[in-house]
Design a protein around this ligand. Sequence first.
Ligand SMILES: [Zn+2]
Length: 165
Amino acid sequence: MGSRHPNPRLVKIHRNYSVEEVARLFGLHKNTVRTWLKQGLAAIDERRPTLVLGRELWRFLHGRRRSAKQSCGPGRIYCIACRTPKVPAGKMADCTPIGHLAGNLCGICPDCDRLIYRRVNLAKIDAVRGDLEITFKQPLPRIGESAVPSVNCDSSQKANAHENA
Ligand SMILES: [Zn+2]
């Protein structure tokens, strides 16, 4: 199965890759790799077949990942379905703490009505908040504590799916 966010760790930086090999490595179509070449992935030279240094492939994929993360600015949550950061409907989001330091923002995509999630560092939440109205949920009860678990935002699984998507 292909991935829209190929993992740079699969790349061996000391070898060269042909377009076909890159496509196979990540389970992508060759045209996707050709698109990367147009988007700034540098080939070794102009000759055919096109070869790419592993190190260059790694650099390119890493840069893409970083820009994907950075493009999700304050007050926005990435919608997997729409493939763009969205200001959640009503500019509202719930935040469910995960442990002491992290939380899961949960909102609704204004365009496709899906739940959208963003993992946040609670210490830096003001940098993420933008002009959102954030409702803080109680942390999930620890095992052994008798509390009714919140079912409002059953998000940990989907949030993981988001991160791996
Ligand atoms: Zn959406």
